[in-house]
Design a binder for this molecule. Structure first.
Ligand code: GLC
Length: 649
């Protein structure tokens, strides 16, 4: 078993260090050597596990370590300082001070430079973690919102330059905002230089992708039988490319070619890209579509053991050069599948799609039991990791609860039927629905599908506004505030998709855009109109202002309540199916959150509070109101409260 880096290897790396920086440098060799010693075993174990312990792979691993060392040498001084700070405080992302947001740079600000000018708005919202969608060079026209990357080292000229990125991350650091960027590791665009060479049958680069010759049709068919196909609207996972007269693995769009990680050269080349990015000051790498990176015949090609090992190897290697950097997994799956990517040596942060599914389900049915069940069950995470809590992001959302959980709670019921029902509800096909969502990747034959739409349109604001239904609008605003109130208190890192804080509605203009019209997710990817948004909130009674003010207030309070850090909670059974209630913190330092997911007011008996020692004077923090929980209380339709014991600081 590998534990320590061999002395000879350490010596070679030290010689390399001296040859590059000389002895008088500010950088101290022992700093790197310590990190090398700390992470070597994890990196080597994972790498050799995937690629074998051959002569060739050993040489390759050595070259990889040299790449890592040179990235460390090139790292800027202020990033070295950040590394030290984060090493001392390794779960910084679990703090109650953290609040996340995401945006497309062009839609939110226009360019990287302009994004710097929008920092005051981010500060006003309390944002400390900003995930920006990919801004790299990518094909004109269709490019999957930038996820078809043509060069990981060049910024899309429409958005700026790498120097602008450096300046942005510097400014962000000053304001305490961590920049989160995609490490789009599953695929490149077909315009990436590797892909262009591969299309030309280049002897090296053709092995960077999964390309099949015409006479390999049987193999292609075998793979296709079991391989998952995330974008069924776009064809199969492996598609025929007529120009090449070959088959190319392209699980998403046909212009996104899946990289071949069974080739260690791909591993190394992508590591180099990741190191390049983190040295620009990116603080968290979002591992885009990470479950799909390993393909294995006869399987769904999702979350194969090798995918985890590759993440572990990247993690350990990047920790040697840039220990400040966190990893976030993008696995939009049920909780057990997501969990596999979380934990020490893997990802620090993982999307928590089950929470979004549960919240939407509870709001549609008025029943919070499944939400309560899953919240209780999926709160314990590997040490030092956290959930990313969101309901809306740039993507669609899907019903990512586990069938096992559902049938445990609702014995004899069909989880697929629930998913179909919810799809009908959120696309407004159900007569009682308040939602105006659009189907995404809907499959007629089985009713499977996902949903696109802004949070406000999904939760009823669009429909009520069109109908001029004031009560409907009020209910929609309350639903949105409830969701924000839960995201900000439940435990984990809350993240909004910018625009959500103002209750923006779907925009159907994407249908007029050739490059977007076949992808309904563009209905909620909106260009920010700063002037219009300002007007929208001028009247305090306008929906935008009511949503924004609630959000800002809840963020401000969150940041003062240290018991809201971490992910642990205790779900409270109130006996009312529509109530979702949980306690954060311990002893006197506790906050009780109560949310009513239904359209009707609910009374909660004081006996529920006495059972947990809350039958006393409390402050409801969101409205700053003192009350006593020695009495029954009524929670209005879609109401939410954060109750804190008085007397505790
Ligand atoms: C991720 C992204 C999504 C994109 C896909 C392919 O799931 O979030 O927007 O379409 O990867 O890159």
């Amino acid at each position: 078993m590998v534990t320590q880096p061999p002395a000879e290897l350490v010596q070679q790396l030290q010689d390399y260090f001296i040859s590059k920086v000389g002895l008088g440098s500010k950088l101290q060799w022992p700093t790197f050597e310590n990190r090398l010693t700390q992470h070597y075993a994890a990196a080597a174990r994972a790498f050799y596990n995937v690629y074998g312990f051959g002569e060739q792979t050993q040489l390759q691993f050595k070259s990889i370590l040299q790449t890592v060392l040179s990235a460390w040498i090139q790292r800027a001084d202020d990033l070295h300082k950040l590394d030290e700070k984060r090493e001392a405080q390794h779960d910084w992302f679990n703090s109650h001070q953290m609040v996340g947001a995401s945006c497309y740079i062009d839609l939110f600000a226009g360019s990287l430079q302009n994004l710097r000018e929008r920092i005051p708005y981010l500060v006003e919202l309390g944002i400390t973690y900003l995930y920006v969608l990919p801004f790299f060079k990518s094909p004109e026209g269709e490019n999957d919102g930038g996820f078809a990357v043509s060069s990981y080292k060049e910024v899309d000229p429409r958005l700026g330059t790498m120097e602008d990125l450096d300046a942005l991350t510097r400014d962000f650091r000053e304001y305490g905002i961590s920049l989160v960027v995609d490490f789009v590791l599953n695929h490149t665009s077909n315009e990436h230089e590797w892909a262009i060479a591969a299309a030309d049958n280049h002897p090296v680069y053709r092995h960077y992708y999964h390309i099949f010759d015409h006479d390999q049709i049987d193999l292609v068919e075998q793979y296709k039988q079991t391989a998952s196909n995330p974008f069924p609207d776009q064809g199969d996972a492996i598609n025929f490319n007529p120009q090449m007269n070959k088959w190319v693995w392209s699980a998403f769009y046909r212009y996104q070619w899946d990289l071949n990680y069974s080739n260690p050269a791909v591993f190394e080349a992508m590591l180099d890209n990741a190191l390049f990015l983190v040295n620009r000051g990116v603080e968290v790498l979002r591992l885009d579509a990470v479950p799909l990176i390993w393909k294995k015949l006869g399987t769904a090609c999702v979350s194969e053991p090798e995918s985890y090992r590759i993440v572990e190897a990247y993690r350990a290697l990047i920790a040697m050069a840039a220990p400040a950097v966190g990893f976030k997994s993008e696995a939009i799956m049920d909780p057990p599948s997501v969990m596999g990517f979380l934990g020490k040596g893997k990802c620090d942060i993982a999307y928590r799609p089950v929470l979004a599914s549960n919240l939407f389900e509870a709001l549609a049915t008025g029943n919070a039991q499944f939400l309560s069940y899953c919240a209780q069950k999926w709160q314990i995470l590997p040490e030092g990791s956290t959930w990313l809590n969101y309901v809306n992001h740039h993507d669609d959302f899907s019903w990512c609860f586990s069938n096992y959980d559902f049938t445990t709670l609702h014995f004899g019921q069909d989880p697929e039927e629930l998913r179909r029902r919810l799809n009908r509800f959120y696309t407004g096909q159900d007569g009682n629905s308040f939602a105006r969502g659009l189907p995404f990747q809907y499959e007629e034959r089985n009713g499977y599908g996902r949903i696109a739409g802004t949070l406000a349109s999904l939760l009823g604001l669009e429909k009520a506004a069109i109908e001029g239904n004031r009560l409907g609008m009020l209910m929609a605003i309350r639903r949105i505030n409830l969701v924000h109130g839960v995201l900000l208190s439940i435990g984990g890192l809350p993240m909004i998709f910018l625009g959500q804080e103002l209750g923006v509605l779907n925009n159907y203009r994407y249908l007029e855009n050739e490059a977007q019209k076949s992808d309904s997710r563009w209905v909620h990817r909106l260009k920010k109109d700063w002037g219009f948004d300002q007007k929208r909130i001028e009247k305090p009674s306008s929906p935008g202002a009511m949503i924004l003010n609630f959000f800002k207030q809840a963020v401000t309070i969150r940041k003062t309540q240290h018991v809201l850090a971490g992910t642990r909670l205790s779900v409270l059974n109130t006996g009312c199916p529509s109530i979702f209630a949980f306690v954060r913190g311990k002893g006197k330092e506790r906050i009780l959150v109560i949310a009513n997911l239904s359209h009707f007011a609910e009374v909660i008996s004081s006996s529920v509070f006495s059972a947990i020692g809350f039958n006393q004077s409390v402050t409801e923090l969101l409205n700053n109101q003192c009350l006593s929980l020695a009495d029954d209380i009524e929670i209005p339709a879609y109401g939410i409260g954060w109750y804190k014991l008085n007397g505790a600081d």
